[in-house]
Design a protein around this ligand. Structure first.
Ligand code: SF4
Length: 362
């Protein structure tokens, strides 16, 4: 491993000036950059974790219209919050935002704290988000190291394996004392638009002359890639049990436990038998990549008969099948209003499409 280089090996002042000038001239106009509301900035930072800027913009705008402040979010029902988050993924972020709003209301009098240590007490806020909110919303001189900043610093100092402590130290030495929020955003912006993971655009880079990796020609190899374990693949068979009633179609769905993956969202029950469900309509398969596995969903639609209550095994043609959880018969026309994970939403669309073709309406 190359010996870590200290910030003294590049004079921080011209680097700061070049990055701030780049930010002033070339930063993308993003809606959360036009506000100094700490709550709005906090929401944007949580949404931007592992999600592209273009995806986040409409979500953030709808969210701010629906939950305009800490009080509105702290008072909202979890179902409402998950629905507003639907499609963004990593739903624990939404649940933590709501919990965090309640903590800010109760522990900090409804005001988002400016001290990074206090911010860290809020659910869902880690070192990066605390640094980002403190510096951007309050002008606190503190670093904020996300994946983009990690890459830029690794290259600026030609450090192949930057540790968290090394990154914090380098970012802390570099951060501009007068404009810390803009400086942190400049580093992130450089990583997102110029110093990209592959093929960094060094010729248009404002710090090219100060970049150790560029001088050494190692920019494409910095930081060294992390070893990734192979991603497991699961095939998951689902059953959409449907029943025609006097009041339209009903569909059996269940809510996932609150703690864990996709907690609190609705889904079709899994079918845990080797043979496919009998007398079923085969719906199109849906692929989805989670952070730690890939899933192929095989959905089947079964028209159930029998009494209207519950969704017991016997209702699926007496074959004993809807597996775990407590599915409930939901009116098909209400499914649009539920919070569903992306893959389940696509399956729901197939189900509703099939039901609509049977009766012309739901
Ligand atoms: S010169 Fe190239 S590698 Fe260095 S910071 Fe700029 S874009 Fe990244």
């Amino acid at each position: 491993m190359t010996a870590p280089r200290s910030a003294e090996s590049i004079d921080p002042r011209p680097t700061r000036a070049a990055l701030l000038d780049f930010f002033d001239q070339r930063a993308r106009p993003l809606p959360w950059r036009e506000t100094d509301d700490p709550y709005a900035i906090w929401v944007s930072e949580i949404m931007l974790q592992q999600t592209r800027v273009e995806t986040v913009i409409p979500y953030w705008q709808r969210w701010m219209a629906r939950f305009p402040d800490v009080e509105a979010l702290a008072s909202a029902r979890e179902e409402e919050v998950l629905k507003a988050w639907e499609g963004l993924g990593y739903y624990s972020r939404a649940r933590n935002l709501r919990k965090g709003a309640a903590v800010v209301r109760e522990r900090f009098g409804g005001e988002v704290p400016s001290d990074p240590d206090h911010l860290r007490e809020v659910p869902g806020i880690g070192p990066y988000t605390a640094g980002a909110v403190a510096s951007i919303a309050f002008g606190v001189v503190t670093p904020a190291v996300d994946g983009n900043v990690r890459r830029v610093l690794s290259r600026l100092f030609d450090e192949p394996k930057p540790t968290a402590a090394w990154l914090r130290d380098r970012a802390g030495e570099l951060v501009d004392p007068d404009r810390p929020g803009d400086f942190n955003q400049a580093l992130m912006e450089l990583g997102a638009t110029v110093c990209t993971p592959t093929s960094p655009r060094c010729t248009g880079c404002p710090v090219a002359t100060r970049c150790a990796a560029r001088t050494a020609g190692t920019q494409e190899e910095r930081p060294a890639p992390k070893k990734r374990a192979p991603v497991p693949h699961r095939r998951i068979t689902l059953v959409a049990a449907c029943r025609s009633t006097d009041d339209g179609w009903r569909v059996a769905m269940r809510r996932r436990p609150f703690d864990g993956l996709l907690g609190g969202l609705w889904e079709f029950p899994e079918w845990e038998h080797d043979a496919d469900p009998p007398l079923a309509v085969t719906l199109p398969e849906v692929e989805h990549a989670f952070s730690h596995f890939r899933a192929t969903y095989r959905p089947f639609l079964v028209v159930a008969r029998g009494a209207a209550e519950g969704c017991g095994a016997a209702e699926l043609h007496g074959t004993g099948e809807v597996s775990t959880g407590e599915p409930r018969w939901l009116p098909a026309r209400q499914i649009d209003a539920l919070a569903l994970p992306v893959a389940q939403r696509r399956i729901a669309e197939s189900v509703l499409d099939w039901l609509g073709r049977q009766s012309g309406s739901l």
